[in-house]
Design a protein around this ligand. Structure first.
Ligand SMILES: Nc1nc2c(ncn2[C@@H]2O[C@H](COP(=O)(O)OP(=O)(O)OP(=O)(O)O)[C@@H](O)[C@H]2O)c(=O)[nH]1
Ligand SMILES: [Zn+2]
Length: 292
């Protein structure tokens, strides 16, 4: 029987197959092969005569992330608010880069458009639409765009990422009020203050599909990337690939660069490009430290 791991707790995996959730153990050989089942894994399971479930096989993954630990995410909805808090586009661009590096589709969701008095949402939206991303405009206060967001998430496995306070939980609540979002189980350990213990879980959407219950993605660690990874994962550069004078052009100071040409002509947005330079600088410094 085929299913999907929706939760894992202490060596037990909860596998949704058909309309049932089966508590399953992993077979020993996965551990030997150094593959551990993850939330999101498509698996083949067996239920024995005693009603005990076993994971027989982990089907090939389309992608897998480490933080949060989850496999086969179809898309990440990158949420920011038009104001309150104001967007930090560098952070958004880093999130988009991480999605691309992990081979996960990203969709931009600009929330709190009810607070948008100066039509800033279209300014921000155009930056990302021009880069090739799908852009949604939403408000959980007046309901704008909620149907569209629900539609985008239908039948897919999605995660919401974005800074704190932009309305990620509110958006999920607007889509499905009984989603039962965890707000962090706080446990108090002696003398060590409060610890928020959370495990990754996929919640099923009534309209079809799953959403990952995670508290954003936190700080983004670009330190393991190379400059080449960065340049390869900007969708707006794709059309120019291989056309610069130098095959390994990073589109920074190289002569004969068609990307810089496109930037001058306004075909590539300057906001995205300027943050690209900052990210390249950061990644470049980390790369040099690694080779020291
Ligand atoms: N005006 C307005 N406020 C909103 C909207 N969506 C959410 N908020 C408010 O923004 C605040 C933060 O919303 P949350 O849903 O908790 O934000 P979050 O992104 O889940 O935050 P974290 O859990 O910290 O990551 C709350 O006070 C919400 O009521 C919106 O569309 N318009
Ligand atoms: Zn170039």
């Amino acid at each position: 029987m085929k299913g999907i791991i929706v939760k894992g707790v202490g060596g037990l995996y909860y596998v949704k197959a058909g309309n049932e959730v089966y508590e399953c153990k992993a077979r020993g050989r996965f551990r030997k092969d150094d593959i551990k089942p993850m939330v999101g894994d498509r698996v083949e399971i067996d239920i024995n005569g005693k009603g005990e479930g076993f994971i027989k096989e982990i089907l090939p993954r389309s992608n897998c992330m480490i933080r949060p630990a989850v496999a086969n995410v179809d898309q990440i909805i990158v949420v920011f608010s038009v104001t309150n808090p104001d967007p930090n586009l560098l952070y958004i661009d880093k999130l988009l880069l991480m999605c691309a590096v992990n081979n996960i589709e990203a969709v931009i969701c600009i929330n709190k458009v009810d607070l948008d008095e100066n039509d800033l949402c279209h300014y921000y939206g155009d930056i990302y639409a021009k880069a090739g991303y799908k852009v949604l405009f939403t408000s959980t206060k007046n309901g704008k765009g909620i149907d569209e967001l629900e539609n985008v998430m239908k039948d897919k496995t999605s995660a919401l990422a974005g800074p704190s306070g932009v309305g990620k939980s509110s958006l999920l609540n607007a889509i499905q009020p009984d989603l039962n979002l965890k707000t962090g189980d706080v446990s108090v350990k002696a003398n060590r203050g409060k610890h928020t213990t959370r495990h990754v879980e996929l919640l099923q959407l009534k309209s079809g599909g799953y959403v990952l219950d995670t508290p954003g993605f936190g700080a983004i660690d670009l330190d393991f990337l190379t400059r080449k990874d960065v340049v390869k994962n900007y969708p707006e550069f794709k059309a120019y690939e291989g056309k610069c004078r130098f095959a390994d052009c990073l589109h920074i100071l190289e002569p004969g660069c068609v990307v810089k040409e496109a930037l001058k002509e306004g075909k590539i947005g300057s906001e995205r490009y300027n943050n690209y330079l900052r990210i390249q600088e950061e990644v470049g410094m980390a790369e040099e430290r690694r080779y020291d």
